[in-house]
Write a protein that binds this ligand. Structure first.
Ligand SMILES: [Zn+2]
Length: 292
């Protein structure tokens, strides 16, 4: 089993698809989108959300999702749980137990954070990364990306699909759409705007804005280390971590908030219970020590 979506760009929405065999059925909205895509291409926001959700649902079944009581989930609840409702978007989030450094958000408001990212980012840095991803959702970059990918796919498949009644989008189509999304990078402008969104998100909520610079420095540093080969791929579609770190620094300086950031302790373990009363029935805890 070869996972292709290794370190595919922290800080930009990406779909990592592996095998696509089964068929996914969509609701009427998405089916409509497919049909329209073949003929005239109108693809509503609801279509984009439906298609994104189907893609994410599939990924959720293909990856190990941290359970509700998993320490990674608990940490994400604590750090990010209160920010799921924003101006024009509603988010849901999950942790993928994957070593790769990655996070993405999609047009339906799904945020997926890899445990590998949580291993190297402290709470503030994590929020900086997630804030950036939310920026893509809030700025409709994610929607536009899946639209573009879908459009391309619909056009490619158009001739074959036109005669038949389309009742579903196949996994294979989804896979192509996913790959296309990966290939179609966000523009520099979109990235810069998502970075700004993240900065403002941190600032508005009273966090240390310098965590944004720090997060980019970490990524830049990783590209020089032993994981450089993975990072190469990331950098090709998501260059200039150093530059973006500089930009974040400049923003902070301009606001009079700059101070070199010191990374906080990263704790991905469950908090120790403080209650000393009745012992709860201990649920059998599955401890996964194997690393893939
Ligand atoms: Zn991005």
């Amino acid at each position: 089993m070869k996972k292709k979506f290794i370190v595919l760009g922290v800080l930009f929405a990406a779909f990592g698809f592996t095998k696509m065999n089964a068929q996914i059925n969509f609701g009427d909205k998405a089916i409509g989108a497919v049909q329209k895509g073949v003929t005239g291409f109108t693809f509503s926001n609801a279509d984009a959300a439906a298609l994104s959700k189907a893609a994410v649902d599939k990924m959720d079944t293909e990856n190990e999702v941290a359970s509700a009581t998993d320490p990674y989930t608990l940490r994400l609840n604590r750090v990010f749980g209160k920010y799921t409702a924003g101006d024009g978007y509603t988010l849901n989030y999950k942790v993928y137990k994957l070593k790769e450094v990655n996070a993405f958000a999609t047009a339906d408001g799904s945020v997926r954070v890899y445990s590998g990212l949580m291993d190297i980012m402290d709470d503030n840095e994590l929020l900086a990364v997630i804030g950036h991803e939310i920026g893509h959702v809030a700025n409709n970059d994610s929607r536009d990306a899946i639209k573009a990918a879908y459009r391309k796919e619909a056009l490619l498949e158009g001739a074959a699909s036109q005669s038949a009644t389309i009742a579903s989008v196949t996994d294979s189509q989804l896979g192509k759409i996913g790959s296309a999304i990966i290939d179609s990078k966000f523009s520099r402008k979109q990235e810069a705007e998502a970075d700004l969104f993240s900065y403002n998100f941190l600032k508005k909520n009273g966090y240390n804005v310098n965590a944004e610079e720090s997060a980019f420095r970490i990524l830049a540093k990783m590209s020089e280390g032993s994981q450089a080969s993975f990072i190469d791929q990331m950098m090709s579609s998501h260059p200039d971590s150093q530059q973006r770190a500089e930009d974040a620094k400049k923003r902070a300086e301009k606001d009079g908030l700059y101070k070199p950031y010191v990374q906080q302790k990263i704790v991905n373990t469950a908090p120790v219970a403080t209650k000393t009363t009745t012992k709860k029935a201990t649920t059998t805890k599955k401890t996964t020590t194997k690393k893939k």
